[in-house]
Design a protein around this ligand. Structure first.
Ligand SMILES: N[C@@H](CCC(=O)N[C@@H](CS)C(=O)NCC(=O)O)C(=O)O
Length: 248
């Protein structure tokens, strides 16, 4: 069987979620660099890539043996979990699985705004995100963190019970990136349950592998990185990831 391909860059949050799952389950894959928003040869807006993923977003997943292609991080994670029967991260029990799906749907208009409000304005200058959009995203993020703090994480170790699932990986790649050891652009002081959960997530296999890009980029709270710095961090992380993939 030819290894599946994951298209994207390590800095992308949804790409990291899919990579994390595959590292965690030790599923070998090939990583192909696709730059979000670019129409160049390796860009997500290039016709060759749009033919695979008409939405023009990363990640995109491909199985060369069958030509099967799939976009959307959560769809890819659910597909892989079902295909390989990874019941620990996506249990077959109808209600447990439905609760994970609940979070995965909730995510898109809630925690995802961590990137829109705090990270993309510093990293994706090309998107030119309006100040009002950033403020709205920040308000949405704070409401979502309150929901995690008083609901999802109030009575269980992980988002859905005491086992890590794909819901945790999807959530962490958004808010984990904001922590002091990475971009350092949000104060989690008033969210102790979220902080406790983030600390637990750093111990999950694959965490360090998929976060190399953020460790390399470092704190961006004071000084915004140049496009060149970001490009180099992505390239460096890709080299490291490829090295780790070779040993899977
Ligand atoms: N809902 C999508 C979101 C994917 C997404 O927004 N990816 C960004 C990069 S982090 C992207 O490809 N943006 C395309 C662009 O900027 O044109 C998923 O989870 O896969």
């Amino acid at each position: 069987m030819t290894a599946p391909i994951l298209y994207g860059v390590p800095f992308s949050q949804p790409v990291r979620a899919v990579m994390w799952l595959m590292f965690y389950k030790q599923l070998p894959f090939e990583m192909v660099l696709i730059n979000p928003g670019s129409s160049g040869e390796t860009g997500s807006r290039n016709p060759a890539y749009l033919a695979k993923n008409p939405g023009g977003t990363i990640p995109c997943f491909e199985e060369p043996d069958t030509g099967f292609v799939l976009g959307e991080a959560h769809a890819i994670m659910c597909y892989l979990s079902r295909k390989h029967d990874w019941q620990d991260v996506y249990p077959e029990d109808l209600q447990q699985r439905a609760r994970i799906d609940w979070y995965l749907h909730f995510h898109h208009r809630s925690l995802r705004d961590a990137s829109t409000g705090l990270v993309a304005p510093r990293i994706r200058k090309d998107l030119d995100i309006a100040e009002v959009t950033q403020q709205n995203a920040l308000a949405t993020l704070t409401r979502a963190l309150e929901a995690l703090e008083t609901g999802w994480l109030a009575n269980s170790r992980f988002l859905v019970g005491d086992q890590v699932t794909i819901a945790d990986m999807a959530a962490y790649v958004e808010i984990g990136q904001l922590q002091p050891q990475f971009t350092n652009v949000y104060d989690f002081e008033s969210f102790p349950n979220v902080r406790r959960w983030m600390a637990d997530m750093t111990q999950i296999d694959g965490h360090d592998d998929v976060h190399v890009v953020l460790t390399d980029l470092g704190d961006i709270s004071e000084e915004e990185p140049s496009m060149n710095t970001i490009r180099n961090a992505n390239k460096y992380a890709l080299r490291v990831l490829k090295g780790r993939l070779a040993s899977l």
